[in-house]
Design a protein around this ligand. Structure first.
Ligand code: FMN
Length: 204
């Protein structure tokens, strides 16, 4: 089959696009609002985009049925900081709960039943119980096309300035990420997790 997203002519019950770019890592983003209230939300339009220095990006739509930006973007832009917490199988329910569309200023650490850990170089707290955290300084936001001209899609870039790795992941000087059981998004309501790793050396 072939379809053009502009025409939405796939003929399927659900838009298949998100099932075709998989698995998407989940950037579980913590921020602070201007009053210092923590905010937490998952973003699967998320990835690492550079290595030296490391940089990441997450892409947000807008609040459903509202002209407002989502809190993660708003807070990152206002305070200049955010933290990426690794979403793990053990914390999948809490991650899901933290995606609820709550009013601005509600602390999703509390509503999701999570505890915080302080960060070292930025103010937003980290999620306690997950073994990897990336402390980030906000770089810039790039708007990308949105099929609804009254709304928007925004890619938020950050530079990673501090990296936390729990010692339990370190084996012979390497990170054994399968030990963390990171979860990732597929399409629909589906997820996967990393448990199998294979190695392929490059030809040169
Ligand atoms: C696994 C998962 C991935 C998500 N990925 C995105 C995403 O990439 N972009 C987005 O705008 N919303 C995404 N959402 C929805 C947001 O998490 C949700 O709108 C949330 O309320 C935003 O919170 P905030 O306003 O505190 O930033 C995702 C939800 C889940 C459960």
């Amino acid at each position: 089959m072939f379809y053009e997203p502009d025409k939405n002519n796939h003929g399927l019950k659900y838009n298949p696009f998100k099932q075709l770019v998989v698995p998407r890592p989940i950037g579980w983003i913590s921020t602070l609002n201007e009053n210092g209230v923590p905010n937490l939300a998952p973003y699967s339009f998320f990835n690492a985009v550079a290595e030296n220095p490391p940089a990441v990006a997450f892409c947000t739509g807008m609040r459903p049925k509202s002209p407002e930006l989502k809190d993660s973007q708003r807070n990152a832009e206002k305070t200049g900081e955010f933290v990426v917490n690794l979403a793990t199988y053990a914390l999948r329910e809490q991650m899901n709960r933290s995606s609820a569309g709550l009013p601005h200023g509600v602390n999703e650490f509390e509503t999701a039943g999570l505890e915080t850990l302080p960060s070292r170089l930025v103010k937003p707290p980290r999620v306690k119980g997950t073994p990897v955290h990336l402390e980030c300084r906000y770089l810039k936001t790039v708007e990308v096309p949105c099929s609804d001209p009254t709304r928007g899609n925004f890619v938020v870039f950050g530079q990673v300035v501090g990296v936390h790795i729990d010692d339990t992941l370190l084996v012979d000087g390497r990170v054994d990420i399968a030990r963390a059981k990171p979860i990732a998004r597929l399409g629909y309501m589906d997820y996967t997790w990393i448990e199998q790793v294979f190695t392929l050396n490059r030809p040169d």
